[in-house]
Write a protein that binds this ligand. Structure first.
Ligand code: FAD
Length: 644
């Protein structure tokens, strides 16, 4: 039997059947929703008239407790008024609202729900009830919170912590990295770290890349560039981060800035090398002396016996050269053993005049010689011959630096080196000093050379011309007199060697190093001192407080800005160092000037302030102080600025 006509499915349902089917479908949807989500239905005021089991479970209220209640029953008071207002204006306007809400359960614990609120509209388009469909996202929120806490912890680290993808694009950059490199996280995220930091040496970087993929970790040292172009050395530790399947995803890198440590180590090694070279040279010189003495004596004997003119002439050549050799040996010995000649009271003025006389007689006319020595120069306790040698060595170097001509200036003066100054200069001790400076107008000495020229046998001169012992010998002599040498040099401008020799304590003069009391006093003015070196901050604070000032201390630029913002109306003067990590002096000064264009500033620098004086953006700086400076210079600078 065959049947014809439409199948039941194809038959149009009657209105009753359609309604029944819709209601059934709705019931199915509601059932499915109830199984999957946390569901509540409210009237248009937010009064709950339906709550499913999941809602009861998560809120810990029974259905009886929830029904008829305002939704505020689960309010955690976490969200701002604006957040709630946005929720209400959206749904009251007939639109769907979606967001993440933190709620409070009956026992006082908190939970997070991803929430969608759908309004049910009447014929006029006005909501008459709302359905809230939620899912529990507490775990995800906690994980996010943990990550935020961990990131905050990572920000506490001194080291630079960065995460890169396998192509070295930056994914994470902590505060330590901001401090070390000077780039803010926002500026570098997704940039290529290799290009940004110009990591060197390239071969080592490639080796690190190979090793990290093979072994999962790598440690080594790189040279990298900071934002301001200066180079730093970092100890770099790499760890490969893998996903759940074990595939490599990114590289976690921790970099420690070891620039300063390396510099100290190099200084230490240099000092050790100097000591061992000294010992070695001393030994050889001693043996050479034993070789030269009989030669010189034999020449004398031969000269007695020689009766023809030619032989005597040759013997004279022999004697002159053997004597020169003996002189050189003496020089090596005086460097190697240190010098312990006889010390008597010497007026350096006489010595300087003598040197000037020799220079005027022997130097070419293309070199101008100036000298300035005050009449009241203090006496020193010294071996005059040795100090003579120190000054001659410096003048000969100055001459050699100016093959094309120029000027040599010898200036002398009395100076009190105080605790302030001594803390800024490693070799200086507080006390009264006679300072003799020899300046030239030659090509200057680069920073790199400056750290090497006092090393024995280091010379920039041709082999035959220089022994490389002139400056080390001068330094040894000056040190053996309890003094030190200060070098200041600028490329293309010239160099200035200042020899500090302790003054002889004369009766009636102030005790060495003691603070003078006739210096200008402050009257409770507040001074903001910004310096990255703790010892300098301490001594400056001590000095200023002793002399009647109040002091605020900051160890770097950003801290200074925060302090200034709090005490803007009280701070009379800001004293800031120019060379600081992270935010340097010029940047700090510019930021302070933006906060207050009338801020009064004294800027101090160990690299010579003339460099900064030409920086147009630092026009507002009223006084530049050369580091190291004494308490006297500092107090006079403050008095001057406060008087004007
Ligand atoms: P309120 O004074 O209640 O609200 C702050 C501002 O919101 C008010 O100043 C007003 O501008 C606006 N506002 C408040 N009530 C209304 C209203 N009836 N009509 C128009 N605007 C109004 N809150 C939660 O904390 N967690 C939830 O999970 C949550 N789910 C909700 C689900 C639904 C379906 C609805 C309708 C509301 C929900 N609310 C929820 C909001 C809750 O009703 C409260 O408004 C909220 O808890 C803030 O309470 P309050 O006393 O701090 O501020």
């Amino acid at each position: 039997m065959t049947t014809s006509g439409p199948t039941p499915l194809e038959t149009s349902p009657s209105p009753d059947e359609a309604l029944e089917r819709s209601l059934k479908e709705l019931a199915d949807i509601k059932f499915a929703l109830d199984q999957a989500a946390i569901v509540a239905i409210t009237d248009q005021r937010g009064i709950i008239n339906y709550a499913n089991d999941k809602f009861c479970q998560i809120s810990q209220y029974s259905r009886e407790e929830l029904l008829g209640q305002d939704h505020r029953i689960i309010n955690s008071a976490y969200h701002a008024k604006e957040f709630i207002r946005d929720l209400w204006t959206t749904i009251a306007g007939g639109k769907v609202w979606h967001g993440e809400i933190k709620n409070r359960a009956k026992d006082g614990t908190y939970y997070w729900v991803d929430t969608t609120i759908v309004p049910f509209l009447n014929e006029e388009g006005k909501p008459y009830q709302y359905i809230a469909i939620r899912s529990d996202i507490t775990e995800r929120k906690r994980a996010e919170e943990r990550i935020r806490e961990q990131a905050a912890l990572l920000d506490q680290a001194q080291d630079a912590i960065l995460v890169r993808d396998l192509n070295h694009n930056i994914l994470f950059w902590n505060k330590g990295a901001e401090r070390i490199y000077g780039w803010l996280a926002d500026e570098v995220i997704s940039k290529n770290a290799t290009v940004l930091l110009a990591t060197k040496p390239v071969a080592l970087f490639e080796e690190a890349n190979r090793a990290i993929l093979e072994k999962g970790e790598w440690t080594g040292e790189f040279r990298q560039l900071r934002r301001d172009g200066s180079e730093i050395v970092v100890e770099s530790r790499w760890t490969l981060v893998r996903d759940e399947q074990g595939g490599p995803t990114s590289i976690l890198i921790i970099n420690t800035d070891i620039t300063e440590k390396q510099r100290m180590e190099a200084q230490f090694l240099r000092a050790q090398r100097m000591e061992s070279i000294g010992t070695l040279a001393g030994g050889i010189a001693h043996d050479l002396n034993n070789v030269l003495s009989p030669i010189l004596m034999a020449i004398d004997m031969l000269q007695l016996k020689a009766n023809d003119e030619a032989t005597r002439k040759w013997l004279e050549v022999l004697r002159a050269n053997a004597s020169r050799g003996a002189d050189m040996v003496r020089q090596v010995l005086s460097f190697a053993r240190g010098v312990s000649g006889e010390r008597v009271a010497v007026q350096p003025r006489h010595l300087i005049k003598e040197i000037v006389k020799i220079l005027r007689e022997t130097l070419p006319k293309s070199i101008e010689i100036n000298f300035l020595v005050p009449d009241d120069l203090w006496l020193i306790s010294a071996d005059a011959t040795q100090i003579h040698q120190v000054l001659m060595n410096l003048c000969v170097n100055a001459r050699d630096a100016m093959a094309e001509g120029g000027a040599i200036s010898i200036h002398a003066g009395n100076e009190v080196v105080d605790e302030n100054y001594a803390r800024m200069h490693v070799e200086a001790n507080p006390g009264r000093f006679v300072v003799i400076s020899v300046s030239d107008t030659g090509p200057g000495i680069s920073q790199e050379m400056q750290s090497r020229i006092f090393e024995p046998f280091f010379t920039t001169k041709e082999m035959a011309k220089g022994t490389g012992l002139g400056l080390p010998t001068a330094l040894t002599i000056v040190k053996s007199h309890g003094g030190f040498i200060n070098l200041y040099s600028e490329l293309h401008k010239g160099s200035k060697f200042s020899v500090y020799l302790p003054a002889l304590d004369a009766p009636g003069t102030a005790a060495a190093g003691a603070l003078q009391t006739d210096l200008p006093m402050g009257h409770g003015e507040l001074i903001l001192v910004v310096d990255d070196e703790e010892s300098i901050r301490e001594i400056t604070r001590g000095t200023l407080e002793t002399f009647g000032y109040r002091v605020l201390i900051a160890s770097e630029g950003t801290e200074a800005l925060a302090l200034y913002a709090d005490h803007k109306n009280e701070v009379a003067v800001v004293l800031t160092d120019m060379m600081m990590p992270f935010m340097d002096g010029p940047a700090t000064i510019r930021a302070l000037q933006r906060m207050n264009p009338a801020v009064r500033i004294v800027a101090a620098s160990g690299f010579g302030t003339s460099h900064y004086q030409t920086d147009a953006s630092l026009e507002g700086v009223e006084i530049f102080l050369d580091k190291p400076y004494t308490a006297e210079k500092l107090l006079k600078a403050l008095a001057q600025i406060l008087k004007s």
